[in-house]
Design a protein around this ligand. Structure first.
Ligand code: UD1
Ligand code: CA
Length: 461
């Protein structure tokens, strides 16, 4: 039997009050809907269909061709949303796993478990529910006197007594595909909201089909995100669980509640992470590295034993035993070699450095290829931009660059070169030379004597 997943992601997310459509909103730096798709991809589901509508380009741009799309032209409710997948699914044999696009915390082992339970119970429809101490905002599960589920009532339509029901609808359903599309057509518009509610399939199916519930124990993982406050709750939950799993695999975290590690980050054991640090995107931190405090590492590779303090590292690579910071900025494919030192207020962009190279303070290295054992003096910079184009600086091995040196690119500086402090070099420098490119010093002797005007003598009484 074929298995389909349907993700509902066409809604506006009005309660979010954000420009970004809700399902595209990031949690720990990654769009909510990506979590869902990533997890579904790990199950044995054959086809994934995302239902998109409001700002569909944004969602499509995130998921690209990882899923198929069904377009909901008008946003007329969750039942209407699923019906828009009819051109792709109607009449097909199989099981359909319906998930809302605003439920990022459910992971694939639970998805597998739900689908297995659905098969084992021989259900036509399994409604995934949870027990909430404060059920406000969720659809309530209504059961008959035998405990059989007979319907779902949305908050707005609840009677006073129904409001007290603590079992709620997670909006996750596993359903026989043919029965689903037959039933969807029977849903009537909810007059109060003017929407077609997917929840109505329960009342419509329970007499003729086998409808059952599956109560999920950890209600957090089926939490629906509706506003920015629930985003913060989901982030906290995810942050804690990610941090915990790293700590249990040998990563030390000081004050972990201030540390954010993205879902896809790989951290080896023996790494120390200090407060107020976030490591996100596709970052890898190798054994024994030290990151933080107050640092951000995004889409970067930090090799064994490197130290990153009070710094920002974006799409870059830091070699073994290299120290970065405090207050350094690596970006746009900075590729720093082993045993380097990138110190205070140093920025490196789109450049490669060799072994044991140092830029300890106040330097800018942009669009450069730098060799081994190069020393950048304080205030030395690659002048890579002429106002129109970016140019390359090539620096060999064992080069000593004095303080406040401007290297005007394009320029090639060969091995064993010295550049005198304060030079602005514009021409290539051959191997082994000392380059001096500054005005000669003039000392005007006895200048002080001329400068000081004799004081007028006053008449003495
Ligand atoms: C829905 C359920 C509610 C359940 C809750 C769980 C309905 C009527 N209500 O309420 O029983 O307890 O989820 O979180 O189903 N969407 C579309 N097209 C639409 C409307 C919504 O694709 O026309 C998508 C949204 O993008 C969202 C999902 O469906 O991802 C759920 O919509 P939302 O408005 O958040 O439903 P809730 O009010 O939370
Ligand atoms: Ca919701």
């Amino acid at each position: 039997m074929k298995k389909y997943a349907l993700i509902l992601a066409a809604g506006k997310g009005t309660r979010m009050r954000t420009e970004l459509p809700k399902c595209a909103f990031p949690i720990l730096g990654k769009p909510m809907i990506e979590y869902i798709v990533e997890n579904i991809e790990k199950t044995d589901i054959d086809e994934i269909i995302a239902i998109v509508g409001h700002k569909k380009e944004v969602i499509q741009n995130i998921l690209k061709d990882r899923v198929q799309y069904a377009i909901q032209e008008q946003i007329l409710g969750t039942g209407h949303a699923v019906l828009s997948a009819a051109p792709l699914l109607e009449g097909k044999e199989g099981t359909t796993f319906i998930l809302p696009g605003d439920m990022p915390l459910m992971e694939y082992p639970l998805m597998d478990k739900l689908m297995r339970a659905h098969e084992e119970m021989g259900n036509d429809l399994t409604v995934v529910t949870m027990i909430m101490e404060y059920p406000k905002g969720y659809g309530r599960i209504v059961r008959d006197e035998y405990g059989t589920v007979k319907g779902i009532v949305e908050e707005n339509d609840c009677t006073e007594s129904e409001k007290h029901i603590k079992e709620v609808n997670s909006s996750v359903y596993i359903v026989n595909n043919k029965a689903l599309f037959e039933t969807l057509k029977l849903i009537k518009k909810n007059e109060r909201k003017g929407e077609y509610y997917l929840t109505d399939i329960v009342a419509l199916m329970h007499q003729t089909y086998k409808v059952n519930t599956f109560i999920v124990r950890n209600a957090m993982v089926t939490m629906g995100i509706n506003d920015l406050y629930s985003i913060s709750i989901a982030e906290k939950y995810l942050r804690d669980s990610i941090n915990k799993s790293h700590m249990l695999s040998g990563v030390s975290m000081v004050n972990p509640e201030t540390i954010t590690i993205g879902h896809n980050v790989v951290i080896e054991e023996g790494v120390w992470i200090y407060p107020n640090t976030s490591i996100i995107g596709n970052s890898v931190i190798k054994k024994g590295a030290i990151i933080g405090p107050n640092s951000e590492v995004r889409d970067s590779f930090i090799d064994e034993g490197a130290e990153i303090r009070h710094s920002l590292i974006i799409e870059s690579r830091v070699g073994k035993k290299t120290t970065v910071g405090p207050f350094a900025h690596l970006r746009g494919h900075a590729n720093i070699g082993d045993h380097n030192r990138i110190g205070n207020f140093v920025e490196v962009k789109n450049s490669t450095t060799g072994f044991d190279t140092k830029a300890a303070h106040l330097a800018y290295i942009g669009d450069a290829v730098v060799g081994d054992r190069v020393n950048f003096g304080c205030g030395s910079i690659t002048v890579n931009y002429d106002g129109v184009k970016k140019h390359k600086t090539l620096i060999g091995n064992d080069v000593f660059i004095g303080c406040n040196v401007n290297m005007v690119a394009p320029i090639e500086i060969s091995d064993n070169v010295f550049i005198a402090a304060g030079s602005t070099v514009t021409k290539d420098i051959p191997k082994g030379s000392l380059a001096i490119a500054r005005n000669q010093q003039i000392n005007k002797e006895d200048y002080y004597k001329f400068l000081i005007k004799p004081k007028p003598t006053e008449e003495k009484h």
